[in-house]
Design a binder for this molecule. Structure first.
Ligand SMILES: Nc1ncnc2c1ncn2[C@@H]1O[C@H](COP(=O)(O)OP(=O)(O)OP(=O)(O)O)[C@@H](O)[C@H]1O
Length: 263
């Protein structure tokens, strides 16, 4: 079970080693006069077991930040540490291999870890059970709905046995009802497995529904504009008055940021 919010906030305040830590991280794409400052001196940490939502206008550098944490790219300046933790990533597009079955897609994550064939099959089935897709292992991705494909993608991420899950608008393409169901699923799995999550979204209510904390980035270049502690009891409902109230405060702040940049 994940520690209650106050306890997690206290651990952070006490300076426990974060799962993810960025200190003054900047990223410039290109060089010289053509260089583009995408992130400007970002300092941000995610405590072990914490769920952090990352919000910001389009182009403010959210995906850049995730790719730096995932080690897919390096910061131009500053330091970034994940303390040797294993990282898994999920995108808006499930990025499954269409010619493989659902089970084989999950097994692939186990194969790269060197898990033996027999064990792979059993463990893939377990991960599919966790995301409520037991019985769908023999299907191909195109036979599933968008929400089910994202569940497979989540099962594959879990199969990587990561401590940190990076999610780049994973539910952005789904309808509201499916998204709601996946919020419940993700919350259950996150709490049970004690994952640290960095979740990028454009949807303010989604950020509040899921996050222990919402970090708002300003745009061009991306900087931390403000952080909001989400002190709302779980499980939360996206359309509850508490979620709506904080979401409207954050939306007003986000609007200020967007207007400040004349977009
Ligand atoms: N590989 C790259 N080379 C050059 N510029 C890039 C590269 N990747 C991103 N950028 C630029 O860096 C800035 C930040 O992009 P990024 O995709 O990180 O923003 P974002 O907040 O994730 O955007 P969105 O919300 O639209 O997905 C943008 O101006 C983008 O054009």
């Amino acid at each position: 079970m994940t520690a209650p919010l106050t306890e997690r906030a206290a651990r952070r305040a006490e300076g426990d080693e974060p799962a993810v830590r960025l200190d003054g991280v900047s990223k410039i794409y290109g060089q010289g006069r053509n260089g583009l400052l995408a992130l400007d001196s970002i300092s941000l940490s995610v405590a072990p077991g914490e769920f952090v939502s990352l919000l910001g206008a389009s182009g403010c550098g959210k995906s850049t930040l995730l790719s730096l944490v995932a080690g897919l790219d390096s910061p131009t300046a500053g330091t970034l540490s994940v303390g040797g933790r294993k990282i898994a990533m999920m995108f808006q597009e499930p990025a499954l291999f269409p010619w493989l079955t659902v089970a084989a897609n999950v097994e692939m994550a186990l194969r790269v870890q060197g898990v033996a064939k027999r064990e792979r099959r059993d463990r893939a089935a377990e991960f599919l059970d966790i995301v409520h897709l037991g019985g769908f292992g023999a299907k191909r991705p195109h036979e599933l709905s968008g929400g089910m494909r994202q569940r497979v993608s989540l099962a594959r991420a879990l199969a990587q046995e990561a401590d940190v899950l990076l999610m780049d608008e994973p539910f952005g393409a789904l309808d509201a009802m499916t998204r709601d169901l996946l919020h419940d699923e993700l919350e259950r799995i996150w709490q049970k497995r004690g994952l640290s999550v960095l979740f990028v979204t454009h949807n303010v209510r989604e950020a509040v529904r899921l996050g222990d904390r919402v970090v708002l980035l300003s745009s061009r270049p991306g900087k931390v504009a403000e952080e909001f502690e989400v002190d709302i009891e779980r499980p939360r409902l996206t359309d509850s008055p508490e979620v709506a109230e904080l979401a409207s405060t954050i939306t007003a702040r986000l609007r200020q940021e967007v207007l400040r940049h004349g977009r």
